[in-house]
Design a protein around this ligand. Structure first.
Ligand SMILES: [Zn+2]
Length: 293
């Protein structure tokens, strides 16, 4: 299953399992709608261009819980429509920054993907972007359970990409909705990222759930990846920590320098990193610099 079930000019919905829908936004970012017997859960909320709430409401009338994997602009857009979200407290300040909530910043984000060749079904104007508004954030942490009636989703903390990154374990469908926590281009070079040492501990914690699911659905890929990506990620962190990774210098999207841990094959698949690859900054391998006055 991964077939289009609904589409408008901003969003495309794909059925990925009975009662589970992947919804893709203009920049090919994903969020996930999981429907239980009593509630529905929207995990992440795209970039906040067009009414995601109206699109979701065409699919379910169940009471809706909205939870974020992390506070980046391409996941938290629904917040500016719903006015409240569950999010890890460590990402609340991040999601409220101008970089993550500004109308122009979110326009620029989708335009960047458009410039890379992602086709749009519409011209995007400022009037399509949901402006920031007062926001009620509810804390969500490792170990929390979201009960949807017949389906319980467990929250697992995986600090790394951001310090408040969460993944959502769905034992019923034997999958995890992983946001940007672990993938073939895991960005740990961002201001809000944790160190490689801390990220390795996060993946080791995540690994303790390994027997309870088969695949991960991510914030940007169109297909699920097998759970072995977690072990690949731990092994790659170990190589970075012992300075035995490929450490290819790359330019990040913001013009800064970063290192790519595993050399890619020409077909873009990852070589020494298995399914996982990591972009990081050499100065934050062991710890993040501490702020000083
Ligand atoms: Zn992100």
């Amino acid at each position: 299953m991964n077939e289009i079930t609904r589409q408008n000019k901003f969003f495309t919905a794909y059925a990925i399992a009975p009662g589970v829908t992947r919804i893709q936004g203009l920049a090919l970012e994903n969020c996930y709608l999981v429907e239980g017997k009593e509630r529905a859960l929207l995990i992440d909320g795209l970039t906040g261009i067009g009414s995601l709430r109206a699109f979701v409401r065409e699919m379910t009338e169940l009471p809706l819980t909205v939870a974020l994997s992390h506070g980046h602009l391409d996941h938290s857009g629904i917040a500016w429509e719903s006015g409240w979200v569950y999010v890890h407290p460590d990402d609340v300040i991040l999601m409220r920054t101008k970089e993550m909530s500004g109308v122009q910043e979110r326009m620029d984000f989708v335009e960047f993907y458009h410039s890379l060749g992602v086709p749009f079904r519409t011209e995007v104007g400022k009037e399509d972007v949901l402006p920031p508004r007062p926001l009620w954030t509810l804390p969500l942490r490792d170990g929390d359970i979201l009960d949807l009636g017949g389906i319980s989703i467990e929250v697992v903390g995986v600090p790394g990409h951001t310090r408040g990154s969460l993944v959502f374990l769905d034992r019923f469908h034997r999958c995890v909705y992983a946001g940007d926590a672990c993938n073939a281009n895991t960005l740990l070079n961002l201001e809000a990222s944790a160190s490689i040492a801390e990220y390795k501990k996060s993946l080791e914690h995540f690994l303790t759930y390994e027997e309870e699911f088969d695949v991960l659905w991510s914030g940007h890929d169109c297909q699920a990846v097998p759970r072995s990506i977690i072990r690949d990620g731990i092994a790659l962190c170990e190589r970075i920590l012992t300075r035995q990774d490929d450490a290819i210098e790359v330019e990040d999207r913001f013009g800064g320098k970063a290192l790519l841990a595993a050399r890619r094959r020409e077909d873009c698949s990852v070589r020494r990193g298995g399914l996982c690859n990591i972009v990081y900054r050499p100065e934050t391998i062991f710890e993040n610099p501490r702020p000083e006055l």
